[in-house]
Design a protein around this ligand. Structure first.
Ligand SMILES: Cc1cc2nc3c(=O)[nH]c(=O)nc-3n(C[C@H](O)[C@H](O)[C@H](O)COP(=O)(O)OP(=O)(O)OC[C@H]3O[C@@H](n4cnc5c(N)ncnc54)[C@H](O)[C@@H]3O)c2cc1C
Length: 675
C-alpha cells in the first residue's frame, strides 16, 4: 500500500517495519506527549516506509524466544541477565545500556503479551520460558530458563501483533518503497528526510521530515552462508555511511552454530535448549570438551568456534545430500527429544529439516554448520535512540600528557577519549543500530528485546521532540523547514538522474575491472553471490590479516563492476533489478567497512576470532571501533601527507577513518570468559 498523498513535511518518518520500526511507531503514538497533542486537536504526521510489505520483515522469522527474567519456570533475577549479557558480549558492552535492557525486559515482554502476543504457556498459565545459550543464574552459574517463547515462532507472533497495533492506531505505511538516501542538512547536524523509490510506480519520491528513524535490520547477506533472508542487505548502515556518519563495532558478525548444511537456514538454538546435542564424525558430543559446564548451550561464538575446530581436526562430516563433498559440517542430534514434544515445541525446526534436508530429526542426525546470523555493530545510538557522532579530540595531546599509557610508542584504542554529538532529529533502532548491549557477541533472545525496548524508547524520544514544534500546529514555526526541503529535493533530483541512467540499458563493464569482476552483462544477483563467497572466505567464524587484506583487495575490483550495472529492462515500475543494484552497492560499501574495522582490531573477542591475534587484549582494545568513510578530499590529503613523510607508495585503500570510543564499564569489570 502507498500513502494516498505525501505530506509536504512529516513530524517523523520511520524507515523499517520490523520489530524495531513498529515498536518506535507505537512508542511515539502512545507517549503521553502525543496523547496530549492529539487532545489539543493536533495530529502528528508520521509515515512508516518499508521496502517489504511489513509482515514480510525479517523479524517474522525469529524462532526461539525473547529474553526476560520473568522467573516463571525457574527463579531468575534481572541482575543475572545484566551480567550474562555483558559476559556474552565479551565485555565490549556498554553497561548502562545493558542494565536498561535487562531491567526493563520483563516489562517489555509483559507489554507484548498485553498487546496480543500468543506466548506458549506453562501448565499454570504463565508465559513459558526455555533455556538459551549463555543465560545463567547466580552470575554465570547453572543455565536458567529465561527465553519467553511461542513454540519456535516468536518473531511471527511479535511482528503480527505490533503490525496489528499500528493498524489500529492508524499508522500510515509506504509499502515496498525502497529508501535510497538518508538526507542531512549540509553541515550534517540535522536530519532532513529521505529519498525513496516507490517500486509500484517506479517513481523517486522526496520525503521531508523533521525526524527520521532508521530501523532497517541486519546485513547477513554480506555472507553466502547466512540465516538471513534476501532483504537483509544492510541498507540502513550503508545509508548512514553515505551520509558521512559512523558505524560502531561493525567488525562483529555473529555466526550462529546451527545453520542447516549448505542452505544456511537457521535451526533455532531452541533445538539445543530442548535437548539437541552436537556430535562430530566419531559421534562424540564434543561440546563437553570445549565448554564443560554449559556444553551445547555455551554462547554462540564459543559453539561456532568449537564446530570449526572439530572440522579442522578432521572430525567433520559431509552433507548426506552431497556425500562426496567437503566434510565441513557436524551433526545436530535431536533424537533424544520425544517426538511429541519436538512437534509441539519445535514445529518450525522439524519442518525445515524435513523440507530442506529430507531427514526426520526424530530418527536422523542432521548436518549443520555455522551461518552468518546477526550484526552486533551498527549505527551508534544513545540509550534514547538518538544517532550520534563520536568526536575524537587530538589524542596526541593525551599521549604527550600520559606517556605511561603508550604501548610501543602508540596510544592504544582503550585509552582514546572523545565525546558524543547527537545528530538532531536522527534516530535508529533494532539490528541496524548499536546501542552497545551485544558487544562482541549477542546472547540469544536479546535481539528482539533490544528491538522492542530501544525501538519504543526511540519512539518516545521522538515524541518529545515533535511536541516542541509539531508540523500540524497553527502556532508552529516552520522557518527551518526550507533548508530541509531543499536538501532532500536536491538529493531526489540526483537519484532521478541515476534511475534514468540505470534504466537506459546495460552499459556493461567499464573495462577497468579485473577477472574477478563481472562480465559486461553482469547482474546484481551474481555480484552479490561473489561478494558472499568473498566474505565467507575472509571472515566466517575466524580471520587474520592475510584473509582480510586479500578480501579488501578483491573488493576494490567489485566497486567498478557494481557501478557498471544497469537494468536489463527499461520499465521503472516493479523493476526489482533496480533495487537489487542499489542493494549490492550497499553491501559492497558495508563490506569495506567491516573488513577495515576487522583489520584494525588486532585481538580476538567474542564473535571475532583472529588466528594471528588469538587472545583478547583489554589493555589495547577494550574500546568500540567507530568507522566512517573518508571523503575524496580527505583521501587526497591523506595520500599527500603519507607521500611526504614516507618513501613507500601510499596505500591505495585509504578509504576509512577509524576512531575509538571507550566502553562504559559500570558494575562488572572485565574478567576471563569461560562457559
Ligand atoms: C532466522 C532468524 C531467527 C532469529 N531468532 C531470534 C530469536 O529467537 N530471538 C531473538 O531475540 N532474535 C532472533 N533473531 C534476530 C532478530 O529476529 C532480529 O535481529 C530482529 O528481528 C531485527 O528486527 P529489526 O526490526 O531491526 O529488523 P527487521 O525485522 O529485519 O526489519 C527491517 C525492516 O527494514 C525495512 N528496510 C530495510 N531496508 C530498507 C530500505 N532500503 N528501504 C525501506 N525499508 C527498508 C524492511 O522492509 C523491514 O521492514 C533471529 C534472526 C534470524 C535471522
Amino acid at each position: 500500500m502507498s500513502p494516498k498523498r505525501l505530506e509536504d513535511m512529516y513530524d517523523a518518518v520511520i524507515v523499517g517495519a520490523g520489530a524495531a520500526g513498529l515498536s518506535a511507531a507505537l512508542g511515539l503514538l502512545r507517549s503521553p506527549e502525543i496523547e496530549d497533542l492529539k487532545a489539543q486537536g493536533v495530529d502528528p504526521k508520521i509515515l512508516v516506509v518499508s521496502k517489504l510489505q511489513p509482515l514480510r520483515s525479517h523479524t517474522g522469522s525469529a524462532e526461539g524466544g525473547i529474553a526476560a527474567s520473568l522467573g516463571n519456570v525457574e527463579s531468575d533475577d534481572w541482575h543475572w541477565h545484566y551480567y550474562d549479557t555483558i559476559k556474552g558480549g565479551d565485555w565490549l558492552v556498554d553497561q548502562d545500556a545493558a542494565r536498561l535492557l535487562a531491567e526493563y525486559a520483563p516489562e517489555t515482554v509483559i507489554n507484548l503479551e498485553r498487546q496480543g502476543v500468543a506466548f506458549s504457556r506453562t501448565e499454570d498459565g504463565h508465559i513459558a520460558q526455555r533455556r538459551f545459550g549463555g543465560h545463567t543464574r547466580d552470575f554465570g552459574g547453572e543455565p536458567v530458563k529465561r527465553a519467553a517463547y511461542a513454540a519456535d515462532r516468536i518473531g511471527h507472533q511479535i511482528l503480527h501483533t505490533l503490525w496489528q497495533q499500528c493498524v489500529a492506531q492508524g499508522v500510515e505505511f509506504a509499502e515496498e518503497w525502497y529508501v535510497t538516501d538518508l538526507v542531512l542538512t549540509e553541515d550534517g547536524s540535522q536530519a532532513a528526510g529521505i529519498v525513496a523509490l516507490d517500486t509500484h510506480a517506479g517513481k523517486v519520491q522526496a520525503i521531508h521530515a523533521r525526524n527520521v528513524l532508521i530501523a532497517t535490520g541486519g546485513a547477513g547477506r554480506l555472507f553466502h552462508t547466512t540465516s538471513n533472508s534476501w532483504d537483509l542487505t544492510g541498507d540502513g548502515m550503508a545509508l548512514a555511511l553515505a551520509a558521512g556518519l559512523q558505524l560502531e563495532d561493525i567488525e562483529f558478525v555473529q555466526f550462529h552454530p546451527t545453520g542447516l548444511a549448505h542452505t544456511g537456514i537457521l535451526l533455532s538454538e531452541a533445538a539445543r535448549a530442548e535437548g539437541g546435542v552436537l556430535r562430530n564424525a566419531d559421534g562424540e558430543a564434543f561440546m563437553e570438551r570445549y565448554a564443560p559446564e554449559h556444553k551445547d548451550l555455551a554462547a554462540r561464538d564459543v559453539v561456532s568456534r568449537s564446530i570449526m575446530a572439530e572440522i579442522d581436526a578432521g572430525r567433520g562430516v559431509a552433507d548426506p545430500k552431497d556425500p562426496d563433498g567437503p566434510k565441513d559440517c557436524v551433526w545436530l542430534d535431536m533424537t533424544g527429544i520425544a517426538p511429541e514434544h519436538m512437534a509441539e515445541a519445535l514445529p518450525q525446526v522439524v519442518e525445515t529439516i524435513e523440507q530442506y534436508a529430507n531427514l526426520d530429526p526424530a530418527k536422523d542426525w542432521v548436518p549443520i554448520k555455522p551461518t552468518a546470523h546477526y550484526t552486533m555493530g551498527g549505527i551508534p545510538i544513545t540509550t534514547d535512540g538518538e544517532v550520534y557522532r563520536w568526536n575524537e579530540p587530538d589524542n596526541n595531546n593525551l599521549a604527550n600528557a600520559h606517556p605511561e599509557w603508550l604501548i610501543d610508542g602508540v596510544l592504544p584504542p582503550s585509552k582514546a577519549i572523545g565525546d558524543r554529538t547527537v545528530v538532531n532529529g536522527l534516530f535508529a533502532a533494532g539490528e541496524c543500530s548499536c546501542v552497545s548491549v551485544h558487544g562482541a557477541n549477542r546472547l540469544g533472545g536479546n535481539s528482539l528485546l533490544d528491538a522492542c525496548l530501544f525501538g519504543t524508547r526511540a519512539g518516545r524520544t521522538m515524541a518529545a521532540r515533535i511536541t516542541e514544534n509539531p508540523v500540524d500546529s497553527p502556532m508552529g514555526d516552520d522557518s527551518a523547514d526550507e533548508t530541509l526541503i531543499e536538501a532532500v529535493d536536491q538529493t531526489k533530483a540526483r537519484r532521478e538522474t541515476e534511475l534514468a541512467d540505470l534504466l537506459a540499458g546495460n552499459a556493461g563493464s567499464d573495462g577497468d575491472s579485473d577477472a574477478d569482476a563481472l562480465p559486461a552483462d553482469g547482474n546484481p544477483y551474481e555480484l552479490m553471490a561473489r561478494l558472499g563467497s568473498l566474505m565467507d572466505r575472509a571472515l566466517a567464524v575466524r580471520c587474520n590479516a592475510e584473509s582480510i587484506t586479500t578480501a579488501s583487495e578483491h573488493l576494490n575490483t567489485f566497486r567498478p563492476a557494481a557501478e557498471a550495472l544497469r537494468a536489463h529492462s527499461n520499465t521503472a515500475a516493479f523493476n526489482q533489478e533496480i533495487t537489487a543494484i542499489w542493494e549490492v552497492r550497499h553491501l559492497i560499501e558495508l563490506a569495506g567497512a567491516v573488513l577495515a574495522a576487522s583489520g584494525a582490531r588486532e585481538e580476538s573477542r567474542g564473535a571475532m576470532y583472529r588466528t594471528d591475534h588469538p587472545e583478547r587484549d583489554d589493555e589495547r582494545f577494550l574500546a568500540h571501533s567507530m568507522i566512517r568513510l573518508l571523503s575524496p578530499e580527505e583521501q587526497d590529503r591523506l595520500r599527500t601527507a603519507i607521500a611526504e613523510t614516507s618513501e613507500s607508495e601510499p596505500e591505495p585503500s585509504l578509504t576509512h577513518h577509524i576512531s575509538w570510543q571507550p566502553v562504559h564499564i559500570a558494575d562488572y569489570p572485565p574478567k576471563k570468559r569461560e562457559y
